[in-house]
Design a protein around this ligand. Structure first.
Ligand SMILES: [Zn+2]
Length: 458
């Protein structure tokens, strides 16, 4: 894929439309048996192609139902189909694989991939490279696909994944133990880094948002995830059930600000607070370590529009994910009687809370893969959006906030797409200040988005 920050991620030559994953996990041993059925279209003639897979052993590979030759080189599974694939041909690859899925340490030191949890289960987190630890695929955000994920675990445990639960069934394993299979379906396209599976003793709950969207939440039955009994339904609640009760409010507010929710369900997975070093916006069900606070939920749910529906073309475009999600937190405070976004911006500019390292590099140009998730990408990314708001005025800005995720719904976009979109909106509609004749937007891009150092304020 030639990603500027993670050049080995993803593979050219084909485009995946669907993953069918059948997984069987044994928590005691940590062993995973899997089958991935990958439906893809060749974008060029192919005599061989690569899939990303790390730490698991491919046992058998077929293409179009016929045995294929394969070998692994590092984190690449190289497949040679028995017949060459024509450009434009849709083909189905089945990979049977097994092993003990591993935790991957990122360039920035954070852990992802397959994480064993304190409750005896596991959770899969994939940003940016971790999904290859549990299934073979084209693991780059530019190749999005629909998913069906089926997970079998010992009876008594639950397996939670993206999308909607289509059914469960019980079986007996060879050893005589009872097992439960959970079938999850994600119809809308998903970048593979947003795929997740969480296995463990979960308390689950289903209900609906105000607009009728199904909600499915899962909280690990461990003190570290459930929290202490708090006052339910209020901000600052100390138990997960109380925190998650805010989902309908948060989604209703986001639908007003960002337009229709882009997926057919919403939810959350709460693991123990030491099980993951961070929260992640896994599609339709963000993963939270411990009781999530309101701002964090606002952030991860905002990603459903910004990052999950509109996905980055490369990891260089991460500020489009994190800048919007951070700005969502600022807007939430503004709309709820807290600090206005201007006040938050001013406080960061003045060196207040959360501003440490914010001028280290421009958000559109992180200096390396270890810095793609650093403060400038989040906070200075949000500052870029606030500068746009100052230039185009509130009416045009809030049109952009709804129009951008609608225009690029379920697609990929990069920084140039965003600049072009904003300039078109400012020019066509004429912002409150009469469009951008003075080139004020150029100044925002030059100084705030791409310029080194702390920009000067007029
Ligand atoms: Zn984020």
């Amino acid at each position: 894929m030639g990603d500027p920050y993670f050049p080995k991620l993803g593979n050219g030559g084909y485009d995946v439309s669907h993953y069918g994953l059948t997984l069987d996990y044994e928590p005691d041993s940590g062993r995973l048996k899997g089958e991935a059925v990958i439906t893809a279209r060749a974008t060029q003639e192919l005599s061989a192609f690569h899939l990303d897979l790390a730490g698991l052993k491919p046992d058998k590979v077929t293409v179009g139902g016929k045995g294929a030759r394969f070998n692994t080189v590092g984190r690449e599974l190289v497949v040679r189909p028995p017949d060459d694939l024509d450009k434009g041909e849709t083909f189905r690859t089945t990979v049977r694989y097994s092993g003990t899925p591993q935790t991957i340490t990122d360039p920035d030191g954070s852990e992802e991939g397959w994480l064993r949890t304190a409750d005896g289960g596991a959770v899969a987190l994939g940003e940016p490279t971790g999904s290859m630890a549990w299934f073979p695929g084209n693991h780059h955000p530019s190749d999005k696909a629909a998913y069906d994920i089926e997970v079998t675990v010992p009876k008594g445990l639950k397996a939670v994944s993206n999308g909607e639960l289509k059914g469960t069934r019980e079986t007996k394993s060879g050893g005589g133990g009872r097992r439960t299979t959970f079938r999850w379906h994600s119809a809308e396209p998903m970048a593979s880094y947003l795929a997740t599976v969480a296995i463990g003793p979960y308390e689950t709950k289903t209900w609906k948002t105000k607009s009728g969207l199904p909600i499915y939440t899962a909280v690990s039955v461990s003190e570290a995830a459930e929290g202490t009994e708090g006052t339910e339904g209020t901000e600052g609640t100390e138990d997960s059930a109380g925190a998650l009760a805010q989902i309908p409010d948060i989604i209703a507010w986001q639908e007003r600000r960002f337009g229709p929710y882009p997926f057919s369900s919403v939810g959350a997975i709460v693991v123990g607070e030491d099980d993951a070093g961070y929260a992640l916006e896994t599609q339709t069900k963000p993963v939270f370590p411990g009781v999530p606070d309101t701002e964090l939920m606002v952030h991860e749910f905002a990603h459903q529009w910004f990052g999950n529906s509109v996905s980055p073309k490369t990891w260089q475009d991460m500020w489009l994910n994190e800048g919007f999600a951070t700005y969502a937190e600022w807007l939430w405070a503004e709309d709820r009687g807290g600090d206005s976004a201007q006040e938050t911006f001013d406080a960061v500019y003045a060196g207040g809370e959360g501003s440490g390292g914010v001028w280290a590099f421009p958000p559109a140009k992180p200096p390396g893969p270890d810095r793609v998730f650093d403060t400038p990408v989040y906070v200075r990314g949000a500052m870029v959006l606030h500068k746009v708001r100052q230039v185009v005025g509130d009416d045009a800005f809030f049109r952009i906030l709804r129009g951008w995720p609608s225009t690029y719904r379920h697609a990929n976009a990069d920084t140039d797409d965003f600049i072009a979109y904003v300039e078109k909106q400012a020019g066509d509609k004429g912002g409150d200040k009469g469009g951008d004749e003075g080139g004020d937007l150029d100044a925002v891009w030059d100084a705030w988005l791409r310029g080194e150092g702390k920009p000067k304020q007029p």
